[in-house]
Design a protein around this ligand. Structure first.
Ligand code: 5GP
Length: 195
């Protein structure tokens, strides 16, 4: 009996959907992201040796990053999810941090690693550290795929323990989990959104 194999043509990973005029230049390719995620995974493995870190991944933007990051750590690690929103459907922060879905278990005495998609003013991360800090973890460290450059911004540079890449202060970015109005999270690269 013959099994018919279908040839599937793979789309080039860094192609920009031609029909989508909102997707601007690629800032970080899928290959650059993969390499950086491996490096951060190695650092986490080394820094948390002897402990089983509890990753608190912030939904929804960190979901692609955290799934790759977890696989880059070759040591016991656990994950919880917490949903927050600070942006509406636009590209400017409302400054209001709202917690949606909460974590599902105790974190007291644990070494917690908050994993974010992007830190802009740092308000969301500060809020999360305060919130989770009240639950008495042993330590809290922070990791963000992107941090907005403090150059040209009136904000203090946010204090983040593990940073993937820095983005220019005026670029609103999409892809690899980051959205604009819930779209573009599935792009395998990070691109500028053409506002
Ligand atoms: P912060 O509280 O640090 O000012 O803002 C952090 C949150 O704002 C992120 O978790 C993300 O949801 C959103 N954000 C900030 N800058 C961008 C951006 O360039 N692109 C996207 N998609 N979200 C952003």
């Amino acid at each position: 009996m013959f099994v018919k194999l279908l040839a599937v043509r793979a789309k080039p990973l860094n192609s920009t959907p031609a029909a989508d005029a909102d997707v601007g230049p690629v800032l970080f390719s899928a290959e650059q992201i993969a390499a950086r995620v491996q490096q951060i995974g190695g650092e986490i493995e080394r820094d948390f040796a002897g402990s089983v870190p509890l990753v608190v991944a912030i939904l929804k933007g960190s979901v692609l990053f955290v799934s790759d990051l977890l696989r880059a750590v070759d040591a016991p690690i656990e994950v919880e999810f917490l949903a927050v929103s600070s942006y509406g459907s636009g590209t400017k922060s409302t400054g209001v941090v709202r917690i949606g879905k909460d974590i599902d278990r105790e974190i007291s005495g644990r070494d917690v690693l908050i994993v974010e998609d992007i830190v802009d003013t740092g308000a969301t991360l500060r809020h999360l550290k305060d919130y989770l800090g009240q639950l008495k973890p042993a330590t809290i460290r922070t990791c963000s795929l992107l941090v907005r450059s403090p150059v040209g911004s009136e904000h203090e540079p946010p204090d983040v323990d593990y940073v993937g890449f820095e983005v220019a202060s005026d670029a609103f970015v999409i892809g690899y989990g980051l959205d604009h109005d819930q779209r573009y999270r599935n792009l395998p690269y990070i691109a500028e959104f053409l506002v």
